[in-house]
Design a protein around this ligand. Sequence first.
Ligand SMILES: Cc1cc2nc3c(=O)[nH]c(=O)nc-3n(C[C@H](O)[C@H](O)[C@H](O)COP(=O)(O)O)c2cc1C
Length: 182
Amino acid sequence: MADLIVYQSKYGATAEYAQWVGEALRTDAVPVGSLKPMQLVHADRIIIGTPVYLGKMLMRHWIAQHQGYLRNKPVYLFVVCGTPAGDSEKTGKIVKDNIPAPIRDKFRIYFLPGRVMMDKLSWMDRFLIRLAARAKKKASGETLATGVNYVKKENLAALLGTLDRSPVGPSRRSEAGKGFLL
Ligand SMILES: Cc1cc2nc3c(=O)[nH]c(=O)nc-3n(C[C@H](O)[C@H](O)[C@H](O)COP(=O)(O)O)c2cc1C
């Protein structure tokens, strides 16, 4: 069984989850920029990791461009973001806005909590986070000063459990993790 783990990450949270998935499946996680077309062709299962920025998955264009391959293989998508996994209205909108309708329902999708380290962000991203937090009146002063980090291995339990069993079974979304900031 050849597993392909492909991901994109801006500040490292998705990359860290991808490395852990790779360790569990004993295969390398590949940043999307380094992916060779044959790796996609030879994969039996495809695991995609993407963060969300301003409602957009970083991997959305790649997913749309490779629909032909993704339609015919088991696909597991883990989405790293600040939206709580349990907020089905918001997670449903993210899925609908980023995954083309013909392949959406065949993906198994897991929302995982990410992190925001304020001192690592670009000036623009820090500004956007402060703006969003002010609008929602949700984040505490402390959170905005330092950031939040919910990235931990345990959040992968549902995804790895499904991967260890088999690619068949009903589509479901992970309940793992908390929301933050947004
Ligand atoms: C500028 C900015 C915008 C973001 N927009 C969203 C968003 O629209 N929805 C969401 O759920 N999370 C949002 N997030 C949270 C990120 O998805 C989260 O920080 C994630 O861990 C980033 O993953 P990465 O380190 O792999 O890039 C945003 C974060 C930043 C810094």
